[in-house]
Structure formats: C-alpha cells, structure tokens
Design a protein around this ligand. Structure first.
Ligand code: NAD
Length: 291
C-alpha cells in the first residue's frame, strides 16, 4: 500500500505509518497511491481523483472538507475522513489570541515601538470583561471559544441552526438576534451554500458600532470588500483573520485594511494538534486496513 503525504504533517508521521506500507511525499506518485493524506493545501478535485485510479482513502488532517469533491469521491467509492475532534483547542486558542490582541493594540504597539515611536497616549485599550461574544457556529471550536470567553467574564450568545440549547452559550434563533448584541463576533461555521458571504453589507449593518470580528472559520464566509468598507468607516473596530479566499490570498483588500490582524491560516498548526492529527490518522488507516 502506498500512502502519499500530500501536505505538511508532524515530521514523525511517516515513521508511525510505515507499518502499513510505503509512505511518500512525492506528489508525482499520486497515480499509484491508495491513501492520500491532505490538510487544506491539496485540492482533491474531480481531476485529482481521475489522476489517482488506485485511490481508496483520503484523510483530511483537520476539519473543513471544502477542498474535497465529496460527491465525486463517493461516486468513485473513495472513503473520505477528517480528523474533526483534533483541532478545536488549537483554533480556539488562536481565535482568543486575536480577540485579546485587537482591543489591547498588541500589534500596533509593537510596530510603533519598532519604528521608534512612543504612542502610549493614542493606544486606548478596552477589556473583554463583561462584553458580549456572539459565536456563529456553536460546534466543537465555537464551544471551546465560548468556554474561554466565560473564563474572561464575557457574556456568550450564539447562533447555530442545528443547535438549540447549549450549556456554554445562550442560543439565539437567528443571526439577526446575535449581531446587534455582540461586541465581538466569532465565525466558526463551515463554508456551505448557506454560510458563503454570510457577513456582508447587510449583516454588517446589523452589528454594533465598533464591533470586532474574529474569523477562524472560512474566508469565503465574509464578503471581503464589505468588511473593508466597515473597517474604513469605523463600523467595525477590528477584524482578526486567519482564513482567506485562497491560501495564500491573492490581492485580498483585507490584508492592508485598517485595524486588521492578518494571520496565514495557522489555526490548526500547533505542535500538539499535529501530533493529535497523526494519532487519529494512524487509527483511521489501521481501521481501513483491518476492515
Ligand atoms: P463543527 O462541525 O463541530 O461545528 C460547526 C458548527 O457550525 C456546527 O454546529 C453547525 O451546525 C454550525 N453551522 C452550520 N451551518 C451554520 C450556519 N448557517 N450558521 C451558523 N452555524 C452553522 O466544526 P468545528 O470543528 O467547530 O469547525 C468549524 C469550522 O472551522 C470548520 O468547518 C472549518 O471551516 C473551520 N476550521 C478552521 C481552522 C483554521 O485553521 N482556522 C481549523 C479547523 C477548522
């Protein structure tokens, strides 16, 4: 059995998987591989699948499966798994890092010091304590973010069409009930036809003046130009972003918009998470081999 590591994983993974067969990172051997391991970079499109006639199992180290043509994979009898449970803490900690950095001017203060400036008087901070966090998508990551927000003394509300009661957040019936109440908004839903562009001119208009948005979900859940306009007008006080229309972004107007903290899609990239992902991949290949 040939296992192709098509994206970046823990360096110890090839050794861990050697018990199942040959492990390669040579993408030129895709035609011969039975198992492909991907993260977000490799796109398992119809063309990719057609170029891999021996492919039986795709494992996405991480959560989002929007880079896999699930319908065509199913048609071809290819099993697709993700490692959904592994990444929640890693992503929640990054979302929180962004949420703390913005009102504390961490990046602005740092950049100004390095330019030899002393802007102590200009940098007015605000606290998370007693502010309201609105979470859109109260799944695994949303829950971990909510737990951390509670520890900071925040009020946590959420909207999720499939979750009606939750012990961490007060669930609202509609996104329209969350946005006007939230000082911070965290995007944690998957990219679907329903969530694509969900943060747009219309929904931004419902937000509190001076709200902050943290997006560790998917770039395409927002209309970037509308977010930029809201930042330029001051409607949004800040936008902390890990996820883009493409990796890396091509000419995204968000990168240089005011009050943006831009991060290169590293939500899942903790050392601990890569180890957890490796353990789950080992287990999934073991189950596949022994089925
Ligand atoms: P999850 O499936 O546990 O939670 C997602 C939640 O979103 C679910 O509860 C679902 O019901 C809800 N949802 C679906 N449609 C919705 C809608 N229209 N409005 C509001 N909520 C909706 O997944 P998770 O592990 O919490 O991950 C969430 C997303 O985070 C993933 O789909 C992925 O896109 C993203 N993610 C990003 C990174 C990163 O590196 N930044 C890493 C992992 C996951």
């Amino acid at each position: 059995m040939l296992i192709l590591l098509s994206d970046a994983f823990d360096p110890g993974l090839p050794e861990k998987l050697a018990k199942y067969g040959e492990v390669t990172d040579d993408k030129g051997r895709v035609a011969d591989c039975e198992v492909v391991l991907i993260r977000s970079k490799t796109k398992v499109t119809k063309e990719y699948i057609d170029a891999a006639p021996n492919l039986k199992l795709v494992i996405r180290g991480g959560v989002g499966l929007d880079n896999v043509d699930l319908v065509y994979a199913k048609e071809k009898g290819i099993i697709v798994h993700n490692t959904a449970a592994a990444s929640s803490i890693a992503v929640a900690e990054l979302a929180f890092a962004l949420m703390i950095a913005m009102p504390n001017h961490v990046t602005k203060g740092d950049a100004s010091m390095k330019k030899g400036e002393w802007i102590k008087k200009q940098l007015k901070r605000t606290e998370l304590y007693k502010k309201t966090l609105g979470i859109l998508g109260m799944g695994r990551i949303g829950t971990e973010i909510g737990l951390r927000a509670k520890a900071f003394g925040m009020n946590v509300i959420a909207y999720d069409p499939f979750v009606h009661h939750h012990n961490v957040a007060e669930m609202k019936k509609d996104i329209k009930d969350v946005l006007p109440e939230s000082d911070y908004i965290s995007l944690n839903m998957p990219l679907t036809d329903d969530t694509k562009g969900i943060i747009s001119k219309d929904t931004l208009a419902m937000c509190k003046d001076g709200a902050y948005i943290v997006n560790t979900g998917r770039g395409k859940c927002v209309v970037e130009e509308d977010v930029v306009a809201a930042l330029e007008s001051g409607k949004l006080a800040g936008y902390g972003n890990d996820v883009w229309y493409s990796d890396p972004p091509e000419n995204s107007p968000l990168v240089n918009a005011p009050n943006v903290i831009a991060i290169p899609h590293i939500g899942a990239s903790t050392k601990e998470n890569l180890l957890r992902i490796g353990d789950i991949i080992d287990q999934l290949i073991g189950e596949y081999v022994n089925k």
